[in-house]
Ligand binder design. Structure first.
Ligand SMILES: NC(=O)c1ccc[n+]([C@@H]2O[C@H](COP(=O)([O-])OP(=O)(O)OC[C@H]3O[C@@H](n4cnc5c(N)ncnc54)[C@H](OP(=O)(O)O)[C@@H]3O)[C@@H](O)[C@H]2O)c1
Length: 253
């Protein structure tokens, strides 16, 4: 166990049927947390995550399209009811959906990217807020370094959405601080998950690893460890902050 204070906390991790969310859910279970394992399309992935969670602690399978207010409200209510409250919310569900440059991007694509990556955070956070107020809990939003550097080939609209996640993290941190709720974000770089299996050729994986000062691409666990730090008392005086996790690929003063 890394963080003793996380023991017994109720943690909802959106998008934990795969990749970063799955690794985060499992790492929280290793601290003795009760974990909400959420999915939308990938039920078998979520079942696999829950199986791993149950090897360490306990959890609950939850389904919702994070773009849909009614589904989100029902999902959050179900988790809060069965867990007995919410201490930590990880807004991780998100996707590039497709690679569409501005020149040819459809309005439907644009709106879907923002609904999946930005509206989702509004909906889940607002629904969980009454419970987080009670627990004086905290929120970790998963952004992206793309939100800082503008993204690569056909990912500019996604980069814009992730920039909104970064800014709204600060806005939420200000609004929720009077309730004792901290809000922070993690900005992954190139992380080897289904995300890049879908959207980047293997040659790109190799190129990025070679360009990265630490000499490799990231793993889902690299991100999960930082999410746990931000959610723990070790980060008890940190709010409205982000940590970029990218092996030194994008450094800023
Ligand atoms: N991998 C990277 O290099 C990288 C870099 C920067 C940021 N990120 C961000 O990190 C987060 C996790 O990505 P990942 O790499 O772990 O990708 P992933 O393996 O594809 O996982 C994405 C997760 O998001 C969920 N999701 C997507 N659309 C959803 C919707 N409409 N409703 C509910 N859930 C939805 C998926 O659920 P289902 O499959 O069950 O539908 C899945 O659990 C995302 O926010 C992504 O933008 C990733």
């Amino acid at each position: 166990m890394i963080y003793e204070d996380l023991k017994g906390k109720n943690v909802l991790v959106t998008g934990s049927s795969s990749g970063i969310g799955a690794a985060t859910a499992v790492l929280f279970s290793r601290q003795g947390c009760f974990v909400g394992v959420h999915y939308f399309r990938t039920k078998d992935g979520a079942e696999k995550t829950l199986e791993q969670v149950k090897q360490n602690s306990d959890g609950l399978l939850l389904r919702a399209d994070v773009r849909d207010e009614k589904q989100v409200n029902e999902m959050v209510e179900q988790f809060a009811r069965e867990a007995g409250g919410i201490d930590i919310l990880v807004n991780n569900a998100g996707s590039l959906i497709d690679r569409q440059p501005f020149e040819t991007a459809t309005v439907d694509y644009h709106d879907d990217v923002y609904a999946t990556n930005v509206r989702s955070i509004l909906l889940v956070t607002r629904s969980a807020l009454p419970y987080l107020k009670k627990s004086r809990g905290n929120i970790v939003n998963i952004g992206s370094v793309a939100g800082h550097h503008g993204g690569g080939n056909g990912s500019g609209i996604y980069a814009g959405a992730k920039a909104a996640v970064a800014t709204e993290t600060i806005s939420m941190a200000k609004e929720f601080a009077p309730y004792g709720i901290r809000v922070n974000s993690v900005l992954p770089g190139f992380i080897e998950t289904r995300f890049h299996e879908r959207f980047s050729p293997q040659q790109r994986w190799k190129e990025v690893a070679e360009q990265t000062p630490l000499g490799r691409n990231g793993t889902a666990e690299d991100i999960a460890k930082v999410v746990l730090f931000l959610a723990s008392e070790a980060a008890g005086f940190i709010t409205g902050e982000y940590i970029a996790v990218n092996g030194g690929l994008y450094m800023r003063a």
